[in-house]
Each structure stands twice: as structure tokens, then as C-alpha cells.
Ligand binder design. Sequence first.
Ligand code: 5AD
Ligand code: SF4
Length: 458
Amino acid sequence: MTATPDAKPLKGLFIRTYGCQMNVYDSERIRDVLKPLGYAPVDAPEGADLVVINTCHIREKATEKVYSELGKLKQMKLASGGKMTIAVAGCVAQAEGAEIIRRQPAVDLVLGPQAYHKLPEMIARASRAVGDRLETEFDTVEKFDALPKTRDPDGPAAFVSVQEGCDKFCTFCVVPYTRGAEMSRNVDDIVLEIRDLAAKGVREVTLLGQNVNAFHGPAPRLEGGADWTLGQLVRHIAKIGGIERIRYTTSHPRDMDDDLIAAHGDTPAMMPFLHLPVQSGSDRILKAMNRGHTADEYRDIIARVRKARPDIAIASDFIVGFPGESDADFEATMQLVRDIGFAVAYSFKYSSRPGTPAAEMHGHLSEAVKDERLQALQALLRDQQTAFNEAQIGKTLPVLVTGKGRNPGQMHGRSPYLQALHFDGTDALLNTLVDVKITSASLNSVTGERVRAHEPTA
Ligand code: 5AD
Ligand code: SF4
């Protein structure tokens, strides 16, 4: 490598990320976009030249956090003599950018999720105190084209965005408004990014999208150029040298097509884990949510997925206390959970979001009812998660080693089922795949011993 004669002095960049994996990915890309400008990541906001808050709008609580965080940053900015630049990115910026600027004048820049490739230009404008501080246009194609094509991975597992936005319009959800219409990247660009990551040591990729299984990106010209499905994309990525594990998240039951289900059974790189949010087990509530499927249709999809890959771990999301949810509706959700048996699940109290159809519906429930239902659901889900983890005891699983464990001499990794896993080992194993025999399990992780010979029992 040759030194760049005009290399700029390093400036401290602190990024705080809230919300989903898409935001985690976006924060990485923000770091990549700013690197050529001389910004290097720092561990704390104090003293940073640029602080980016990457926000989440999905529930009210997540949104409230933004304003309290901005209050603290304002004090730091004052202490720095105004040297700190504060940028608000992500879905709150998209949904209420003008409100942020009004409520917190210390904020220098506000940019929506489709605009962070414009950050360098906005920083330049802010330093000259000219032009608009708000950038919330939707132009996903322009963003993907403008982002750097290569990046430095953090370890052996990386996220790769393949699809963004959502056209499903579930009545409770802000995503179609904050992330915009559904859009898929083209396969050539995705493959280029993954090949580069593989060359830099990445072994596992998680294909990301708000509705990732609605993927319909243009295929390479040599392959005919027509739009591919996620199943076709996965099979293609499985052929890239060095990529041993493929995951995708998050999917919608309506887009679980036969080929994608088949790929779970016939593509060895496809990991046995499926995050398929169902939200409710009541047909009446599913209809009011505009989910476009019934509880039995969900059961049927899971049965077909399990036929293709019997050991697959099923994950889901649930909302309790949707407007009009009766005791019987909630019981239908509990029954669905008992019928399926989830390896892990995320459950939330319904949170009314301004501008969504559900916010205008009748029958909003009290916090007390929502609390009670959430506790009952979470107790059942915790039992299922513990049972799933305990069911691995005695099995030998291939583990991707991602870091050091909490205790000395311990390493940390992830199982095919996305469980956090600890075992005794040395740093030399970092970023490799090793076989670990599971000896104990708890709610949030499993522990095991490394075995030398490959003796799978899963
Ligand atoms: N209230 C509560 N939970 C919500 N989610 C999305 N919107 C809301 C809302 N208004 C949950 C859904 C979704 C997950 C990402 O967040 O379960 O799958
Ligand atoms: Fe939101 Fe529904 Fe789209 Fe998921 S599918 S992002 S819950 S609107």
C-alpha cells in the first residue's frame, strides 16, 4: 500500500444505533461512507467530532429515547465549545425530521435511511452553515449505487442488505412510511459485495431486508437478467468460495415460496434457522392487522419448512394488545405458540404509531391488560427457548468462532441455530468453524467442549 500524501488528520466518529439489524447494517455503511473523509470510530461520544444517532421509530419507547439522548449530547456539544457535529439518522429522522430540528436546535443534520450516502455533502454544507439541514428524500437505488462497493468486515459474520422497504402495510407498522416502497438490489452488486467480504475472511452472511423473502432483484446478464427470487439468490451465493453459512432476515409468511422452502433442505450452506414473524394467532386480529394470512396458513408453512429441514429453529415476533384483541384472541396466540414451539421469539406490547391505520381503530386496550398478556406470553416463550437450548445437550454442532468468551480461556461463537455458544479454546480458533459438543444450556446460551474429529449427531 502506498501512503496518501494528502491523508487528512483523523476525526472522531461516534455512532449510536437503535432498533433493527437494518439499522446496525446502515451504521456500518455510514462508517464506510465517512472513512475517506478522515473519520475514525471512537468508543464514546465525549470529545467526538461527529456523533450520529441512528434512530428507530417502530415503537413509542424507541422514539422517546432519541430526544433524551439528544438532550445529553447538547450538553457535550456545549462543553466542546460547539465543536461537535450532531447528526440524526434513521427512521425517526425520516418520520419527524422537522420536529427534531425544532425541538433540539443543537442538531446539525437530519437524514433519513435513504439519504446517508449524502452525509459527506451535508457535513460540508453544515460546516459552512449553508443549505438545508434536512435530507429525507426516498431514493434507494441512488443510495445503493452511491455507497462504497467494498467494506471492512468486523469479524467472520457479516450482514448484507439485499432488499429494503415494504409494501405490505400491516396496519400497526411505520416501516412502509419510514423506509419507503420495496426495492431489491441487483444480484451482480450483491455478489460483488459478498465476494469481497469472503476474500476478507467472512464465512457467514446474513441477507438483510425488511421483507427479505420478497426479494426480486435483477439476475446477472449472463443468467438472463430476469428478476430472481430469494431462493435463486441463496443458491447462487452458496457457490461463492469461502461462504459456508447463509441466513436471511426478516421474512413474511406470504412470501415463503416453495423454492425457498426447498432450499432449506437441499442447500447445505443454508442455516437451519428461520425468523418468520406471525404477530398473532387469531384470524380476526391477523385480518385487522392486514397480514394477509390465517393462523392455519402459518402452521402449514412451518410444517412444510420442517419437512424440508426437520431440525430447523423457528423464530417469530408477536404483538399483544392490538386494538380489539379479546381474551379469546390472545388465547389463540398462546395456542399457536404451543402448537409451533419456538426456539426464540420477540414479543411486544402494541404501541400506537401516529399515521398508521391501527392508531385510528376502536378498542385500544389498557397498559394493564397489555402487560398481563405480555408476561403470560413471554413466560411461555422463555420455557420454549430454554427447552430448545436444552434439546441440543449431547449433540455436536459446528460453531463459527466470533470472539473471546467472558472468562479467560473461553471463546464465543454461534451455533447453526443462532444460539450464543461458549467453549474452552484459544484465540487461534477465532474466525474458524469448530465442532463443539454441547454439555449444558440455559435460556440465553449453550456451553460445550471442543471435539477434534467431526462427529455430528444433530
Ligand atoms: N407496536 C408494537 N410492536 C410493533 N412491531 C412493529 N410495529 C409495532 C407496533 N406498532 C413489532 C412487530 C415487528 C417487529 C419488528 O416489531 O412484531 O415484527
Ligand atoms: Fe411492517 Fe408488516 Fe412491512 Fe413487516 S411486513 S415491515 S410488520 S408493514
